[in-house]
Design a protein around this ligand. Structure first.
Ligand code: SF4
Length: 271
């Protein structure tokens, strides 16, 4: 069996004009991909998963057990990992059970060089297929329509156009998406379940490392020799787009460097 392409691009077509080239069509139309269950079928599967994985209990399943449960219940072609490329712990964890799993990278056009370097290292070193998820507009096109630096004037709109809408479209062909959300990251994430039905995107959302601390994450990456974004060691425990991410001092809230000085704390992917 031939190895999957290490990197493909999936352009969003939700609005604006698309100029990307060399792309693969959105996952939902990909040839050979199994058909999805119905929404009710996925809701029922998520409920069964929450019970079988004892989500939220003192005895809840480990990250590896969560991934193994998904591998036993969902076709590998219908699962995807969302990754910010702050580190490769989650792609590594999932690829241990789901060989060649799709890893969705929101290619906003505003990333640090270290982040795109990390993406390339993940593609090179792990048994995954990176899917670059592109916004409908390039940064230049967005600037022409909305004015330069929309992130500084209306970050909610900028995130909606460059992250939330493209991810929503990319998730359309999958039954499950994995996220690296951890309960310790922010008060808004304190009740994150291991598995739930994501009503907004219409598929099952799995958070296998919800119980991890930041130290657990680094310990996993070190133990398995997986790549970590070089910025993490330079004061960036949480990494997003370059214009909206600042370093934080030791002991500070790890997400306080995201949209620093603004009321905004989430890009909208996990609300
Ligand atoms: S994090 Fe900043 S630059 Fe990136 S999409 Fe959101 S507002 Fe735009």
């Amino acid at each position: 069996m031939s190895a999957p392409d290490p990197v493909v691009e999936v352009p969003s077509t939700s609005s604006g004009t698309e100029k990307s080239s060399g792309t693969e069509k959105s996952s939902g139309t990909e040839k050979g991909r199994p058909a999805r269950r119905s929404l009710d079928g996925l809701r029922a599967l998520a409920e069964r998963g929450a019970a079988e994985l004892r989500s939220g209990s003192d005895d809840e399943a480990s990250p590896a057990e969560v991934v193994a449960w998904v591998a036993a219940n969902v076709s590998p072609r219908l699962a995807a990992v969302a990754c910010s490329m702050a580190d490769a712990a989650l792609p590594h964890l999932v690829a241990e059970a789901i060989s060649g799993v799709d890893v969705l990278f929101l290619d906003t056009g505003y990333h640090f060089l270290e982040t795109t370097f990390t993406r390339d290292e993940v593609a090179r070193t792990l048994d995954v297929r990176i899917v670059d998820v592109k916004p409908a507009q390039t940064v230049r096109e967005q600037d022409a329509e909305f004015g330069a630096d929309l992130f500084a004037r209306d970050p909610a709109l900028c995130c909606e156009r460059r992250k939330v809408a493209p991810l929503h479209e990319a998730l359309g062909g999958y039954e499950v998406w994995f996220t690296g959300v951890r309960r310790d990251e922010a008060p808004t994430r304190a009740n994150t379940p291991l598995i739930t039905f994501d009503e907004r995107n219409g598929l099952i959302k799995v958070n296998p490392v919800a119980s991890w601390s930041f130290d657990d994450l680094i310990a996993y990456a070190t133990a398995h020799d997986v790549v970590v974004n070089p910025l993490v060691a330079n004061g960036y425990p949480s990494i997003g787009c370059a214009p909206c991410t600042k370093p934080v001092a030791a002991g500070e809230d790890p997400r306080s460097g995201r949209w620093a000085g603004l009321a905004k704390t989430e890009c909208g992917l996990h609300l």
